[in-house]
Design a protein. Structure first.
Length: 330
């Protein structure tokens, strides 16, 4: 008898629960606001904005760095002699000729010639690595990837470093270029014979024996994208010690900024929703600048008096697949 009464009761409880529960595709999650709902509003502000990029590095001895062509033109190399000691003055390694004028390329003092990176008489572009050099002594080296390279390529004047559990922070002077370098080449000197060299009187000169104290030059090895910078002379360095290198990638004084949540888009172009007096939104195109991850600079498109909706506008999802056109057939 008890089993017969419990069965209808269980059925009634099941029906009641089902009737109270939302069902169907039209039911929204009560914890989420509808898409496009303005949660808050903000006004652009002005502030000094600085963007920085941190990179892991380490201390190395005698690292290789690249020397670039100062202008576009034809490169001609000098026959660089092996130094007897660490050069105290810049060493001229090549000339890039443009419109009949020479533009010299020099390895800085404290470094030696590492090798040629392109062929002699090659046509090169401005900023292209054409020679390598070796810094004599300690320096900080940090490997970077392609995405970081484009952020810091023009921002190598403000670099600081901190050696882990060691000295720092201190300014770090960047050497050469961050570009990856191919293997260098050092052409062998042709032997001096009576047929290739004569005295001023026209008489053939006897072959010169090689100097025993002259060491052969070893060409530089290839490198990846990286920063090479030197610390002040009073900073104690230990080969292999790990370090952090921070590059200031941009500065903007009193920039017009808005929260990143108010902006849709990146890479220089974006959109914001300006709130109208009636509460409606008007989507406006803006040109973006620096960002520190919290705010983003608006270089043009806003006056600074607008009220912006947060979150910003929703951009349409990109179409997937191939041709998205409508079919023309039956």
């Amino acid at each position: 008898m008890r089993k017969i009464l419990l069965a209808p009761l269980c059925a009634l409880v099941t029906v009641g629960v089902a009737a109270c529960s939302p069902s169907g595709p039209d039911q929204a999650d009560p914890e989420l606001a509808p898409r496009g709902t303005t949660m808050t509003k903000v006004k652009p502000t002005k502030q000094d904005l600085t963007t920085k990029l941190g990179i892991a590095g380490k201390v190395e001895m005698n690292p290789t760095f690249g020397l670039v062509a100062p202008v576009a033109g034809q490169v001609r190399y000098f026959d660089v002699q092996t130094p007897n000691g660490t050069p105290t003055k810049p060493t001229r390694v090549a000339t890039v000729w443009k419109d009949g004028a020479p533009n010299y390329v020099e390895a800085p003092a404290g470094s030696t010639f590492g090798g040629r990176l392109v062929d002699d008489k090659a046509t090169v572009t401005a900023g292209m690595p054409i020679a390598s050099a070796r810094h004599v002594g300690y320096a900080l080296v940090a490997d970077i990837d392609g995405s970081q390279a484009y952020k810091i390529s023009g921002a190598l004047t403000d670099v600081t470093a901190q050696i882990k559990n060691g000295p720092g922070p201190f300014p770090c002077t960047v050497l050469g270029t961050i570009a990856a370098l191919p293997q260098g080449t050092v052409p062998e000197k042709p032997p001096v014979t009576p047929d290739t060299k004569t005295q001023g009187t026209g008489a053939p000169q006897a072959p010169q024996p090689p100097k025993n104290d002259e060491q052969p030059q070893t060409p530089s090895a290839s490198t990846g994208l990286r920063i090479v910078c030197t610390a002040p002379a009073d900073v104690q360095m230990i080969n292999g010690a790990t370090a952090s290198i921070e590059v200031t990638t941009g500065k903007s004084a009193q920039a017009l900024v808005v929260p990143v949540e108010a902006v849709a888009g990146q890479q220089g172009k974006g959109k914001v929703d300006v709130l109208q007096p009636d509460g409606s939104r008007r989507t406006v195109d803006v040109v973006l600048g620096l960002t520190d991850g919290k705010v983003v600079e608006v270089k043009s498109g806003l006056t600074g008096d607008e009220e912006l909706a947060v979150p910003g506008p929703n951009l349409p999802e990109p179409q997937q697949g191939g041709d998205q056109s409508k079919p023309t057939g039956p």
